[in-house]
Design a protein around this ligand. Structure first.
Ligand SMILES: Cc1cc2nc3c(=O)[nH]c(=O)nc-3n(C[C@H](O)[C@H](O)[C@H](O)COP(=O)(O)OP(=O)(O)OC[C@H]3O[C@@H](n4cnc5c(N)ncnc54)[C@H](O)[C@@H]3O)c2cc1C
Length: 506
C-alpha cells in the first residue's frame, strides 16, 4: 500500500483520489478551499447555489468516462439528462441542440434552410457524428495518449478497431479544413462551429483538431446532464467515495511547498503547518502552479514549459439570482453570439445556464440561479489590477463586461434584466483567488492537434499532473479521462491491494 497525496479536489484530483483509495492505497487529499470542485464547484450565496464555472457535463453515456468511474467506484451519479442540451442564438438565427439525432437533423436542415450550402452543412454534420462515434468508442477503450513509451504505443494499438479507420483521414487536419473540404464555407455555419469549439476545445474551427472537434460538436447527441444540486455535486460524490474507501479529504489545507529527495516528492507542506509524507504525489494543478510549489527543485523541462507556453484563456462570469418567469420557454442552457464578424469571447459570446425550474436546492421558490460566462484574455485584467492608480479602470472594465453580457443575455431571454434580484461577478483575479490557478487561467490548453497534447509528466519520478492541463484537457469528462490514465500509471508503478474492477467496454 502506498501513501498517496492528492493536491486539490477538482474533478480531476477527486477522481484520481477516489480510484486510488478504491484500489487500496492510503489517500490524503489536501484542498485549499472549503468545498471541492474548483472550476466545477457550486457555491452558496444568499439563498442561491451558483455553479462557479462549469454548468453542464458530458461523459455520462454508456462507456463515457464518468460512467466508467461510477462503475469502478460503485456509485450512482445524481444527474439528470438535459434535452435539448442547449440553444445557440446567432445574430440571425436560433439553433437548438437536440439530443435526439433525428430531431437534430431536422433542426439543422431548418436552421440553414436559406443557405445554398444547406445540404453540404447537413452532410458535414452527419460525417461529424460518425467520426465522433468512432472517437468516443476508441476513447472508452482507454488508450494511453499521448504515449510516453513503446508500451503506451502498444496500448494505443490495442484500442484500435476496424471502425477507428473512419477517423484516420482527419488525424492531421483542423475541423475548419474538414468543413471547407466538405463545401461548408457559409460564415453563419462557421460561427456556429466556432462558438461551440471555443467552449469545448478552447480554440476555433481553423485551429481545433478535427477529431477532438468532432467529439465536442457531437456532445449534445452523446448526452449531457445537469448534476442535481449543481455541478459541484460531481466532486462531492467523489469526495464521499474517497472517504468510503478509507481515504481522507482535508479542506482549508493549501499546499504551499513540496519537499523532494532524489527527484521524487516525499512530502507536501500546507499553509496550516501540516506535513503529509507521501510515496506518490498527484497534483491537480497547472504546470505553473506545480513549478511554484517545487521551487528550486522544479525539473528544468517543467520550468522551460512555464516560460514558453502561451497563457490559457480566462473567464469573466456573472452570477445572477433571478425571479423566474413561468411563461418563458427556453432551454436551461443558451449560448449567444453578438456578431458573426466580431472576435469570439470578451462578451461577444456568452454561455448562460439557469438552475432547473423549481429546483429548491439551487434557488428560493420562484427564483433561479443563473451563471453567465465569457472567455477573456488574462493580461489586461492583471495589468489593471497590479498597476497603481488603475482601480477605477479595473472597476469600469468589470462594469463594461457585465453590461455587454447582460445586453446579450437579454436578446436571448427578453425581460431578464428586470428580474435580476442579486448580481455578483468573477474575473480572472477571482478565479485565481478561489481556485489558486496561475493568473486565473482556466480551461486548459487549446486542442489544436493530438500530437501537441500534453501528458501527465512532471519530470519527477513519483508525481503526476491531473486536471485540464493534461490530455484531453478541459471539461469534467476530459479531466476524468486524464485521471483514469494517471491511475493506470500509478497502479502499474505502485501495485495496490485491490485491483480496480474491470469495466466492460465494447
Ligand atoms: C467559466 C467556465 C465554464 C466552464 N463550463 C464548463 C461546462 O459547462 N462543462 C464542463 O464540463 N466544463 C466546463 N468548464 C471547464 C471545467 O470546469 C474544468 O475543465 C474542470 O472543472 C477542471 O478540473 P480540474 O481537475 O483541472 O480542477 P480545478 O477545477 O482546477 O480544481 C483544482 C482544485 O485544486 C485546488 N487547489 C489548487 N491549488 C491548490 C493547492 N496549492 N493546495 C490545495 N488545493 C489546491 C483548488 O482549490 C481546486 O479545488 C468551464 C470552466 C470555466 C472556468
Amino acid at each position: 500500500m502506498a501513501k498517496v497525496v492528492v493536491i486539490g479536489a477538482g474533478v480531476g484530483g477527486a477522481t484520481a483520489a477516489a480510484l486510488l483509495a478504491r484500489a487500496g492505497h492510503e489517500v490524503t487529499v489536501l484542498e485549499a478551499h472549503v468545498y471541492p470542485g474548483g472550476c466545477a464547484g457550486t457555491f452558496y450565496h444568499k439563498g442561491y447555489r451558483f455553479d462557479a464555472g462549469a454548468t453542464l457535463a458530458g461523459g455520462f453515456q454508456p462507456g463515457g468516462p464518468h460512467t466508467l468511474v461510477g462503475q469502478m467506484l460503485d456509485l450512482v451519479w445524481r444527474v439528470v439528462p438535459v434535452d435539448p442540451a442547449w440553444r445557440v442564438v446567432l445574430p440571425d438565427r436560433v439553433i437548438t441542440q437536440h439530443a435526439d439525432r433525428e430531431a437534430w437533423r431536422g433542426e439543422l436542415a431548418r436552421a440553414f434552410a436559406d443557405s445554398p450550402q444547406r445540404e453540404a452543412i447537413c452532410r458535414f454534420f452527419s460525417a461529424v457524428e460518425r467520426v465522433s462515434d468512432a472517437v468516443w468508442r476508441f476513447a472508452a477503450r482507454r488508450p494511453t495518449w499521448p504515449p510516453a513509451c513503446a508500451t503506451d504505443l502498444l496500448r494505443v494499438a490495442a484500442a484500435l478497431r476496424p471502425d477507428t479507420l473512419i477517423a484516420l483521414p482527419h488525424l492531421f487536419e483542423s475541423i475548419g479544413a474538414w468543413a471547407r473540404r466538405s463545401g461548408v464555407t457559409d460564415r453563419r455555419a462557421l460561427t456556429f462551429l466556432d462558438a461551440q469549439l471555443l467552449i469545448s476545445a478552447q480554440t476555433t474551427s481553423a485551429h481545433a483538431s478535427a477529431l477532438f472537434g468532432a467529439a465536442a460538436l457531437d456532445l449534445p447527441r452523446k448526452g449531457v446532464v445537469h448534476p442535481e444540486g449543481g455541478i459541484g455535486s460531481i466532486s462531492e460524490q467523489l469526495v464521499e467515495a474517497v472517504q468510503r474507501f478509507g481515504g481522507q479529504v482535508l479542506f482549508r489545507q493549501e499546499v504551499v511547498r513540496l519537499e523532494t529527495r532524489d527527484g521524487s516528492v516525499v512530502a507536501a507542506h500546507t499553509n496550516k503547518g501540516l506535513r503529509v509524507p507521501c510515496d506518490v504525489c498527484i497534483a491537480n494543478l497547472t504546470p505553473w502552479d506545480l513549478a511554484r510549489l517545487l521551487g528550486d527543485a522544479a525539473p528544468s523541462r517543467l520550468v522551460r514549459e512555464t516560460r514558453t507556453r502561451a497563457e490559457p484563456w480566462g473567464a469573466f462570469t456573472l452570477y445572477l439570482g433571478v425571479e423566474d418567469d413561468p411563461s418563458a420557454d427556453h432551454p436551461d442552457h443558451i449560448q449567444v453570439v453578438r456578431d458573426h464578424n466580431a472576435p469570439l469571447g470578451e462578451g461577444n459570446t456568452i454561455f448562460m445556464s439557469f438552475s432547473s425550474r423549481g429546483d429548491a436546492r439551487r434557488a428560493p421558490p420562484g427564483h433561479r440561479a443563473l451563471t453567465i460566462s465569457t472567455h477573456t484574455r488574462l493580461a489586461e485584467w492583471w495589468r489593471l489590477r497590479e498597476t497603481p492608480g488603475m482601480k477605477t479602470a479595473y472597476d469600469d472594465r468589470v462594469a463594461a463586461y457585465a453590461e455587454r453580457m447582460l445586453d446579450l443575455a437579454e436578446r436571448a431571454v427578453p425581460g431578464l434584466r428586470r428580474r435580476i434580484r442579486l448580481q455578483l461577478h468573477g474575473t480572472p483575479i477571482t478565479f485565481q483567488f478561489y481556485t489558486r490557478r496561475h493568473r486565473g487561467g482556466v480551461g486548459g490548453f487549446p486542442f489544436t492537434s493530438l500530437f501537441a497534447a500534453r501528458g501527465p509528466w512532471t519530470g519527477l519520478a513519483n508525481a503526476w499532473l491531473v486536471g485540464d492541463s493534461i490530455f484531453p484537457g478541459q471539461s469534467t469528462a476530459g479531466v476524468t479521462m486524464g485521471a483514469l490514465r494517471v491511475c493506470d500509471e500509478v497502479l502499474r508503478a505502485f501495485p495496490a491491494p485491490r485491483p480496480l474492477p474491470r469495466v466492460e467496454v465494447a
